[in-house]
Design a protein around this ligand. Structure first.
Ligand SMILES: CC[C@@H](C(=O)O)C(=O)SCCNC(=O)CCNC(=O)[C@H](O)C(C)(C)COP(=O)(O)OP(=O)(O)OC[C@H]1O[C@@H](n2cnc3c(N)ncnc32)[C@H](O)[C@@H]1OP(=O)(O)O
Ligand SMILES: [Co+2]
Length: 136
């Protein structure tokens, strides 16, 4: 079951510059950076209760964010719903016709499991579903 809006992600071409923007200009608290190797993505999180902003940037210049930045230069990239049982939600949504990217959840930030729904399945919005580490 989906339980919360876990985060909204913004793809940024200059991670350090954007971290400064969200801390200094918008005054958000900064939860640190994490390189997620399985996703080829560097992340920076800002809690904005009850959700979070996630900045995403290509890790080593490669991966899905690199392609997005090349085409769009940056922008709102995805939203993420938190699930209390990701496998069950994937099965339920697949039966409704949603097209998932990948066959099974993979490692995400903070030890979570994540999977994505193709934007063409969802009105042009890339949707991530995650299950936090403490509820696996
Ligand atoms: C750090 C881990 C994790 C977390 O814990 O939070 C993350 O958030 S990781 C974040 C990065 N990972 C991903 O984004 C994985 C899922 N994404 C993908 O697999 C790909 O990006 C994609 C969505 C399949 C697109 O890749 P590709 O098909 O190679 O790119 P195209 O440029 O050809 O796009 C095809 C089509 O889709 C539209 N598109 C692409 N990206 C987005 C987007 N973010 N939001 C909305 N639409 C998107 C693109 O415009 C194309 O549309 P058309 O031109 O109409 O065909
Ligand atoms: Co994300």
């Amino acid at each position: 079951m989906i339980t919360a809006l876990d985060h909204i992600a913004i793809a940024v071409p200059d991670l350090e510059k954007s971290i400064k923007r969200f801390m200094d200009d918008f005054g958000l608290s900064f939860d640190g950076t994490e390189d997620v190797i399985a996703a080829k993505t560097s992340t920076a999180f800002f809690p904005v209760p009850p959700t979070n902003i996630e900045l995403v940037h290509p890790l080593n210049g490669d991966g899905p964010i690199a392609g997005y930045l090349e085409k769009k230069g940056g922008g709102l990239h995805h939203l993420c719903f938190r699930s209390d049982n990701i496998e069950e939600d994937v099965e339920r949504l697949t039966a409704k016709g949603y097209q998932f990217l990948g066959d099974a959840p993979s490692p995400g930030a903070h030890g979570s499991k994540v999977i994505f729904i193709h934007p063409k399945s969802c009105d042009g919005v890339l949707v991530e579903i995650n299950q936090p580490a403490d509820s696996h």
